[in-house]
Design a protein around this ligand. Structure first.
Ligand code: FES
Length: 221
């Protein structure tokens, strides 16, 4: 995983941190607070153009984790959601939200976050993150559950707790911890504690890995 470039925008009451390579232009920020976030302007972030509460609320809508903040006014920092959710986007990425610990293939902790957009198509040049290449490769996957083969997951109750996401070498995301997976229509499709999720785009049993990454020659780095 390459080093991320983070640009801070400092206001009187809040610092906005922008991770360039994780932005896929979902535009929640531009739509939510156009006075603060405006790509036609330099710098494109004006943290003082709204209250720190408003800036924080809009930043927390960013599903990729490209935006974070640090309060300077004593206001609350971003809280960790009670439950870990993974949402499938039709023909697009997987949005994870919760108490997320991302680990390398050998289990070394890489970073912790509350929001991450993971590549599902296998074409990203910025693995494990989505970089919108699913559009270039015409990735077609409806974001639904296809139970055509045994599910590579262990069902269980959804509790509070850390969700560990291991980036297996040339293979799936290996998840362990309480989680709920939600399809592109907003329906819950899986609740459990263990799952292997496809990130090569070739599985016939989305969102789960079915081993097709080997035949597809998927390379994760
Ligand atoms: S990662 Fe896609 S089938 Fe295993």
């Amino acid at each position: 995983m390459r080093r991320e470039r983070i640009i801070p925008y400092r206001g009187k009451n809040i610092i906005v941190r922008f991770t360039i390579d994780r932005c896929t232009h979902v535009a929640e920020c531009l739509m939510g607070l156009p006075d603060v976030f405006d790509t036609r302007r330099q710098p494109w972030v004006s943290p003082d153009a709204a209250s720190p509460d408003e800036v924080a609320e809009v930043i927390e809508r960013c599903p990729t984790g490209a935006l974070h903040y640090k309060r300077l006014d004593g206001g609350p920092e971003e809280s960790i959601p009670d439950q870990n959710t993974l949402t499938l986007v039709q023909n697009g990425p997987l949005y994870a939200r919760g108490d997320l610990l991302i680990e390398s293939a050998d289990g070394t902790p890489l970073f912790r976050d509350t929001r991450v957009g993971f590549c599902r198509c296998g074409a990203s040049k910025h693995n494990p993150f989505c970089d919108n290449r699913h559009d270039l490769v015409d990735f077609e996957e409806r974001g639904r559950f296809q139970h055509t083969a045994p599910v590579t997951g262990v069902p269980g109750p959804v509790r509070k707790g850390v969700l560990r996401i291991r980036l297996s070498a040339d293979g799936p995301l290996i998840l362990s911890g309480p989680m709920e997976i939600i399809d592109s229509d907003g329906r819950s499709g899986f609740r459990g504690n263990r799952a292997a999720l496809c990130r090569c785009g070739a599985s016939k049993n989305h969102p789960f890995c079915d081993g097709s990454h080997k035949a597809a020659g998927f390379r994760s780095e």
